[in-house]
Design a protein around this ligand. Structure first.
Ligand code: SAH
Length: 255
């Protein structure tokens, strides 16, 4: 029997047109596609009609398919000789457990490849008009997680981060927004530091709210910003206002 394979594929941040050509080719060839909640389901229309489509979605608080089951299915279908695509939102190696899946598949002796995708920080920042670096405003950015496991301390060193990086992008942080702003203020960030929240970035449902470390939690609560959303902290958020004030309409509108 011919050996199957696994492609761990980044589907991009939401807008289906932001997938790479290589990722699209793997979707078209796939016999089995295991896809996550954040993957735009329109992408599945490009797969063969007979391709098996398996939803592995995890919504916050609900683990609809355990990670071990996902890994077991990837290995099982590939071992049976199928071309398996593991389709994940954004980039598979950015808070996507793609590293664990690559290890599991490699340990099982299955040929695999990893195809990067545009991570949501890059995609959402672009569609909200916020450059993550900008001459004179930001020479560095960091991507961090805002989630705290079971009320344990955050794995992120906010004390160091507050002073060492110009732009901070927080994934999985909306429910922790108050804690995050408290940490940044505690460790010396100015209360006037600009902050943006981007919900459903790059999609037609994108919503963006901007404020400061002083008021962003109230603004976000008033707008009921919910997952998937990103928090961007830094002076670069001001560039969005400059772009908006110029009122030039482009193909990828600043939502
Ligand atoms: N691998 C993914 C991240 C998975 S973690 C990537 O590279 O983008 C899930 C978190 O990603 C969400 O909680 C949210 O913070 C962020 N996210 C994913 N898609 C998003 C989108 N379209 N808009 C805003 N945030 C998004």
């Amino acid at each position: 029997m011919r050996p199957g394979s696994v492609a761990i594929v980044g589907a991009g941040p939401g807008d289906p047109e932001l997938i790479t050509i290589k990722a699209m080719l793997r979707i078209q060839e796939a016999d089995v596609i295991l896809y996550d909640r954040l993957v735009n389901e329109e992408l599945l229309n490009y797969a063969k009609i007979e391709a098996l489509r398996i939803y592995c979605g995890k919504s916050p608080g609900h683990h609809s398919m355990p990670q071990e089951t996902i890994e077991r299915l990837m290995i099982q279908y590939a071992a049976e000789g199928h071309k398996v695509v593991r389709l994940k939102g954004g980039d598979p190696f950015v808070f996507g457990r793609g590293g664990e899946e690559a290890l599991a598949v490699a340990e099982a002796g299955i040929p695999y490849e990893v195809i990067p995708g545009i991570t949501s920080a890059i995609g959402a920042a672009a569609s909200a008009g916020i450059p993550l670096t900008h001459r004179g405003l930001a020479a560095s950015f960091a991507i961090v997680t805002g989630s705290r496991c079971h009320d344990h301390a955050s794995p992120v060193r906010w004390d160091i981060l507050a002073h060492s990086v110009d732009t901070i992008v927080v994934y999985m942080g909306v429910s922790q927004l108050s804690h995050i702003r408290e940490q940044l203020l505690l460790h010396g960030k100015d209360i006037t530091t600009p902050v943006a929240l981007i919900e459903n970035g790059t999609t037609s449902r994108q919503r963006t709210v901007t404020g400061t470390l002083g008021n962003i939690d109230k603004l976000a609560a008033a707008m009921k910003i919910a997952n998937p959303a990103l928090i961007i902290v830094g002076e670069v958020v001001k560039v969005r206002e400059q772009l908006l004030s110029l009122e030039i309409t482009t193909r990828s509108q600043i939502g």
